[in-house]
Design a protein around this ligand. Structure first.
Ligand SMILES: NC(=O)c1ccc[n+]([C@@H]2O[C@H](COP(=O)([O-])OP(=O)(O)OC[C@H]3O[C@@H](n4cnc5c(N)ncnc54)[C@H](O)[C@@H]3O)[C@@H](O)[C@H]2O)c1
Length: 349
């Protein structure tokens, strides 16, 4: 984007219209103000054509880099698989296009750092990373309590992250890199400090989990100031989608994610409710808020030079570094120090 938005509505190119990308297209088209999907790109061109045909004024561009460079595109939403992100993010930086990148930033620490450095050299905050829990109302309330000092100094955080099931290709390291990564970002968001070490404990595996899958896993984090965080990640519960976070501070504790909603009482003397079936329902409001605030930030960015409102490239890099330590610990069972550069060593990061 040449710093000037060329239409009243932000013209977005969505790259990758699988599960997340198609959901974001629906969101931008139906729920978000001030933006429209102008271009769609997907490796599967028939999928891209079918979706573009449902959106007035939207066209398909066959090559992802051409879609990023397209003069009729003001900003990019990347929902392609993680291994493609590095090249596509570097193209966004090269063409000066603000980009909302679904997590992960990239799939390893070195390439994530390269992206952080490339953006810092440009001197503009162009990259936002899709850690959507920061936009969830309950996480925002928990963060506000902490910032207001109402819990005193936070001392311990307990997290639980449970999925009913995962696809057959999901392996033990993916539990760290795809699931635990959200607890990593939540920890950094709530405590506002870096995670310095990780240990992954593997209790007896769920007999219902696929053969060889280390599920559940318990992650233990230490932070810069010595705070303790534990996270249970259990992705084959067969129950529903559950994400809970409890912060214990000097003056009390607070918990979110009880997911009780409506509580119904029926004869003969029973009560109950419903748990959200998946992350789509649990975090629907967070995704809407995330994309609306990103669109607003991109529009404002022409004035401010800051095109993001939420986690940026550094947060994606930090998460990658913590997850890399987690994968090492998964193999060794030992506590592993997180190997990452000091933020202050990269001007503008
Ligand atoms: N924030 C969250 O809660 C959350 C949840 C799920 C997935 N994700 C992330 O979203 C991204 C997409 O995940 P998904 O579950 O939608 O995957 P998906 O497999 O459903 O969709 C990916 C799409 O990208 C297309 N594609 C593949 N390579 C491409 C390329 N080089 N250029 C253009 N298109 C390409 C595929 O054809 C497919 O349509 C991943 O980075 C994933 O980690 C985030």
């Amino acid at each position: 984007m040449s710093n000037e938005l060329r239409s009243t509505e932000l013209r977005i190119a969505v790259l990758g219209v699988g599960m997340m990308g198609a959901d974001h297209v629906r969101r931008i088209t139906g729920a978000i103000a001030g933006a429209r999907v102008a271009v769609i790109n997907d490796y599967d061109s028939s999928k891209a054509e079918a979706l573009a045909a449902t959106i007035p004024g939207c066209r398909v561009v066959g090559d992802p880099i051409d879609a990023i460079a397209d003069p009729d595109v003001d900003a990019v939403l990347l929902a392609t698989p993680g291994p493609t992100h590095e090249k596509q993010l570097l193209a966004c930086i090269e063409h000066g296009k603000p980009v909302m990148c679904e997590k992960p930033l990239t799939t390893d620490v070195e390439t994530s750092l390269a992206v952080v450095k490339a953006e810092a050299e440009l001197g503009k905050k162009l990259i936002q990373v899709g850690f959507m829990r920061r936009f969830d109302t309950e996480y925002e309330q928990l963060k506000a309590l902490i910032v207001a000092g109402e819990l005193g100094r936070p001392l311990v955080v307990h997290c639980a992250h449970r999925n009913p099931a995962v696809p057959p290709h999901f392996d033990s390291a993916m539990i760290v890199k795809d699931s635990l990564v959200h607890e990593v970002d939540v920890t950094r968001f709530l405590l506002d400090e870096e995670i310095t070490s990780v240990q992954i404990i593997k209790p007896s595996a769920n007999p219902a989990a696929p053969q060889g899958l280390a599920d559940p896993q318990i992650a233990l984090f230490s932070t810069e100031s010595g705070k303790h965080v534990d996270a249970e990640v259990f992705v084959t519960t067969g129950v529903a989608y559950e994400v809970r976070t409890e912060v214990v501070g000097e003056l009390g504790s607070a918990m979110i994610g009880l997911d009780v909603g409506l509580v119904r009482k029926t004869a003969p003397g029973t009560w109950g409710g419903q748990i959200t079936p998946s992350f789509v329902e649990r975090f629907g409001q967070a995704y809407d808020s995330e994309i609306q605030r990103w669109v607003d930030a991109v529009v404002a960015g022409a004035e401010t030079g800051n095109y993001i409102d939420g986690p940026g490239a550094w947060d994606g890099y930090a998460a990658a570094a913590v997850c890399a330590a987690g994968v090492k610990s998964l193999e060794s069972g030992e506590r592993v120090a997180v190997d990452m550069v000091q933020r202050s060593s990269i001007a503008g990061a």
